[in-house]
Ligand binder design. Sequence first.
Ligand SMILES: Nc1ncnc2c1ncn2[C@@H]1O[C@H](COP(=O)(O)OP(=O)(O)OP(=O)(O)O)[C@@H](O)[C@H]1O
Ligand SMILES: [Mg+2]
Length: 365
Amino acid sequence: MSQIDPLPVVDRAAEIRQALAAVVEPDLQRDLVSARLVRDVRVVGDAVKLTVVLTSPASPHREALERGVREAIAALAWPAEIEITWAADVSANSGFGQEGQAIPGVKNTLAVASGKGGVGKSTVAVNLAVALHALGARVGLLDGDIYGPNVPGMLGVDGRPVLANDKIQPLSAFGVPVMSMGFLTDPGQAVIWRGPMIAQALRQLLHDVAWGELDYLIVDLPPGTGDAPLSLAQLLPLSGAVIVSTPQEVALQDVRRGIAMFEKLRVPVLGVIENMSYFISPDSGARFEIFDHGGARRAAEELGVPFLGEIPLDPEVRIACDQGRPVTARGPDDPVGRPYFEAARLTASEITRLNAAKPDPLPVL
Ligand SMILES: Nc1ncnc2c1ncn2[C@@H]1O[C@H](COP(=O)(O)OP(=O)(O)OP(=O)(O)O)[C@@H](O)[C@H]1O
Ligand SMILES: [Mg+2]
């Protein structure tokens, strides 16, 4: 009696994995399968169900990845309905080559800085934090401006933080834990700080606060290249700095200085934002380039750092901050807040790229 050859068993999940090995995650520059970003592949009848893990809830690559996944599966020989569940896992800065101790539970700390005062750092810091939270990331915000804390007013948050288990409990605004010297000193009180006191105050605000589990902790710095950025870079490893500038030539010299300072501190520059980039008249729609235009982009290109976008001068941005409800609290589809969301996505992407390029710390034996 002749034996009938068994029918070949088609392992469809394996076929799918093989197909998805051709889809590359742009920030990691690795394919989804080897980077373990595809999980729980299941074939249920004619449907393919799988989980795709983004490198951040704020990743700008979600649409491109979805297209890639759908096309790769559609190219297989059998028809399938595709059901993608999205997840996200933000990488932590390994702290390679930097000083200080990371805050336990905080994966990435980033500074928002500028060479010059009044260019919109605090506005950017606050809106980046609210935007990243709205996109699904766990974000905290530290007002690192010890002399002139503006963050509480911009988020409409006030009060005295309480101590619990020897840690200062941050206040919360728009889902973001917030800490500021403004919560600890009386309003209007002039505080005279010398360099070592600034370092000490920053140390407490970073290390004695119960930040919890965070993907990103954003630190709004005072203007300039003084004690605060130096202390910050010595206190803990920074994933990078976002530099805010206005477009005119004199401001750009400060951008160059800022970038040089962070490079000296071995803090990567995540990118440059051009604030007050242009103004659109609400009456005529005419565009005015009040402080010139495009200089920050050119400076970024010249210095080889990413450009994170242009934010127009818009009275709504200021009014929203004055009222303690930043424009990004209106969600990602509001046109006024959109440039901040765009900058938030690009910042998250840059952090992923830099973390992937750093070696992992050696295991503790
Ligand atoms: N794109 C914008 N359109 C309109 N107003 C803006 C914009 N960005 C910032 N502002 C306003 O400009 C003023 C200065 O902004 P902000 O306080 O953020 O600057 P800063 O760089 O943090 O200043 P400092 O150096 O004093 O810390 C604020 O009143 C803010 O509301
Ligand atoms: Mg400020």
